[in-house]
Design a protein around this ligand. Structure first.
Ligand SMILES: [Zn+2]
Length: 441
């Protein structure tokens, strides 16, 4: 029994009055930031004070101020940034060496949930205080999100899609390549082969607690038997998903490699294209006309490519071949898309091929493809928050936002890889990492 319940149970009126007079302990903090990259793309500021009350930023002031009663956090020797945001992760998934079909047949969603708690912690400790999960079993990811929000386990703020929707035989159909007589209830709940099933499935996912919808209009690389270059969902199915999701206030992210799937899905009003491998100049025009984001997922591309060359036996049949074909285009596409002026949001497609917590390795790949470091950082701050639809809460160090703040040693504009070694992590005014070490709590 907690203190409040104990007092209430005692029925003491005086105690009850006193109880209502107890304010929650307010916390005032001030961060002295040597250099501030505020996440909006504006020029770096030096010697700045970030004033925090409870879980929100109150003000950002020039010079090192110390308001009365505020605890000072000295980051005057560091570069301070907003907490980073990864808009494409699968935080409940891990990569397991060995035969992937054996793994798929023996692991349960309970195993995933246990792994997810560790993955969530590693992601937060790497400075990613927010993330969009675009494909995890619905019940598992919704429970993880609830546990993080309740403070039961440490992890990033999550916006979750649950199980991605796709057609029978497409990317996301777990029965692909298996004995056709095998059945599992979890393998069919995400299959949509008509506008009617599309509408109903979107509404059901909303009821189950998701924040956005993920669709698979093209084939993929890690799956068996489907072709990444082809559009596998019909336009009327894609349209039904997007209209129903938007009517419920949810955004839609589309996994799409092939040009036709990309162009059609953008024209039908999708909010982001994930991967976008075979986009061309015509596609980029559509991206810009509709304001659609590209989430380029360079990190997964480079890791899958590497693995396909060295350990093809750890991948599904045909995946190594598909990776060799698709990935070189994926890496070129970002360069062309950025040059064409397409809006880019940061996403790594972390599912264990790159480890959870290594998300910041994407920055060097973005910069290598021709994005200036400040633009790569903005992709993981303001733009990533904009794609989520919540720039009022996350993605910048500005008054009113959550006090989600990180710091690194050195200058990420000179060497973006310093973001791979985040030294300080605050989420909602609570410090999780300081001096490169986890803070016990
Ligand atoms: Zn993915």
């Amino acid at each position: 029994m907690g203190l409040r319940q104990g007092l209430l149970a005692a029925g003491a009126c005086a105690a009850l009055l006193a109880l209502s007079a107890w304010p929650a302990a307010a916390r005032d903090l001030v961060i002295h930031a040597g250099r501030l990259i505020d996440g909006t793309g504006k020029a770096v500021r030096t010697e700045v004070s970030i004033v925090v009350h409870d879980d929100r930023i109150v003000s950002v002031e020039s010079g090192y101020a110390t308001p009365a009663g505020a605890e000072v956090i000295d980051l005057s020797g560091s570069t301070v940034l907003p907490g980073l945001i990864d808009d494409h992760i699968h935080i409940t998934q891990s990569f397991h060496k060995g035969d992937p079909i054996h793994t798929a047949m023996t692991r349960t969603s309970f195993d995933d949930e246990i792994d997810a708690t560790v993955n969530a912690r590693n992601t937060l400790m790497a400075g990613f205080t927010s993330a969009r999960d675009v494909g995890s079993q619905t019940g598992v990811i919704v429970a993880l999100k609830r546990a993080i929000n309740a403070g039961v386990i440490p992890g990033p703020r999550l916006w979750v899609a649950g199980t991605p929707l796709g057609p029978t035989g497409g990317h996301g159909d777990e029965a692909n390549g298996l004995d056709p007589e095998l059945e599992h209830p979890g393998w069919t709940s995400n299959l949509i082969d008509s506008p009617e099933t599309a509408r109903k499935t979107v509404r059901r996912l909303r009821r189950e607690g998701v924040d956005l919808i993920k669709i698979m209009p093209s084939g993929g690389v890690m799956s068996i038997g489907d072709d990444p270059a082809l559009q596998l969902m019909e336009d009327d199915e894609i349209k039904a998903v997007i209209e129903t999701a938007h009517s419920l206030g949810m955004k839609v992210a589309a996994h799409a490699h092939g040009k036709q799937a990309i162009d059609h899905t953008i024209s039908l009003g999708v909010d982001s294209i994930e991967h976008g491998t075979y986009a061309d100049a015509e596609s980029y025009k559509l991206f810009k006309a509709r304001g659609t984001y590209l989430v380029p997922t360079m990190l997964v591309g480079s890791k899958v490519y590497e693995h396909a060359k060295t350990h093809p036996e750890d991948l599904n049949p045909s995946t190594a071949q598909k990776a060799m074909t698709v990935v070189p285009y994926m890496l070129k596409n970002l360069h062309n898309a950025y040059e064409a002026g397409v809006k880019i949001a940061f996403g790594t497609d972390t599912f264990g091929m790159s480890n959870h917590g290594e998300n910041a390795q994407e920055f060097a790949l973005l910069v290598g493809a021709g994005m200036p470091a400040m633009e790569a950082i903005k992709a993981a701050t303001w733009n990533a928050a904009d794609l989520i639809g919540d720039t009022n809460d996350v993605g910048s160090v500005q008054p009113g936002r959550f006090a989600d703040i990180i710091a690194v040693t050195g200058d990420p504009l000179q060497d973006v890889r310093v973001l791979e070694k985040v030294q300080f992590v605050m989420k909602g005014g609570v410090v999780y990492k300081s001096g490169g070490q986890a803070v016990a709590r």
